[in-house]
Write a new protein. Structure first.
Length: 256
């Protein structure tokens, strides 16, 4: 394996004990290359650009709003979620992209640094979103080498913007973790306060003599309004649900 030394000049160097071993910077090289390209483009005055290195995508967005997709954790390409990627970068690492068959096991190309063994093949992916492609690339590679519990603990502790997906057999893709947006909670609350406050202020001196028909219409309208407002969190968190599906889900929750 490799041994790390520190010289008197405080420079680090590596010595390998086995000649056939090589160091591969694939876990961070793509992010580094993207950062260099973005810096060069911005220096030349490029206002809008989307660069795709497969599992690593970065963007410059001044006049154009970019959208891209996170794919389902499958070998075949199948879009799962649309995300806005304006002046940001996303890197996705997985345990299904490359694999080898060893004896009776199907193993991924990711090494667990603790056990020094290849992790088992499974339909699991980690996507990291940040302002720096090097950061996204390095973190997605590091996090995918952890166990699921370690992933979630590390992401929450360090407040990383991430989406972790898993698929078991023919079951629907499961979102194990996704970073929630604060707007998804604040916006509905503000809308409720504004609408409710306006109704109270404008009708505080009005006496109502409601008929059964009036009460029924008000109940239906209130139900529809709540359903629309409760769909806002799905929109702000960029859920894989469409707007219509989001409204349907909120209606279902309120009705239940």
């Amino acid at each position: 394996m490799f041994r790390v030394f520190k010289s008197k000049e405080f420079y680090f160097f590596i010595s390998k004990k086995i000649d056939c071993l090589e160091i591969d910077f694939g876990g961070i090289a793509e992010g580094y290359a993207l950062k260099k390209i973005i810096d060069m483009m911005q220096k030349e005055g490029v206002d809008d650009a989307l660069i795709n290195f497969g599992g690593n995508i970065t963007s410059i967005s001044k006049n154009h709003k970019w959208k891209t997709y996170i794919n389902e954790p499958l070998k075949e390409i199948k879009p799962f979620r649309e995300i806005n990627l304006n002046n940001q970068s996303i890197s996705t690492s997985s345990l299904y992209g490359k694999f080898i068959n060893y004896k009776s096991d199907k193993l991924s190309h990711i090494i667990n640094p603790k056990t020094k063994k290849l992790k088992k093949y499974q339909n699991l992916s980690v996507s990291i979103i940040s302002n720096n492609p090097v950061y996204s690339d390095a973190l997605s590679t590091a996090i995918i080498s952890m166990s699921v519990n370690e992933m979630l603990e590390f992401i929450r502790k360090n407040k990383i913007k991430a989406i972790v997906l898993k698929k078991m057999g023919d079951k629907k893709t499961e979102i194990i973790y996704k970073t929630e947006s604060w707007q998804s909670y604040v916006v509905p609350i503000l809308l409720y306060l504004i609408i409710g406050g306006s109704l109270v202020i404008t009708n505080r001196n009005v006496e109502f003599n409601l008929t059964i028909r009036d009460a029924f219409v008000m109940t239906i309208l209130s139900w529809l309004l709540m359903s629309i407002l409760c769909a806002v969190p799905f929109v702000y968190t960029q859920s894989d649900l469409s707007i219509i599906d989001a409204v349907f889900e909120s209606m279902s929750g309120i009705t239940t």
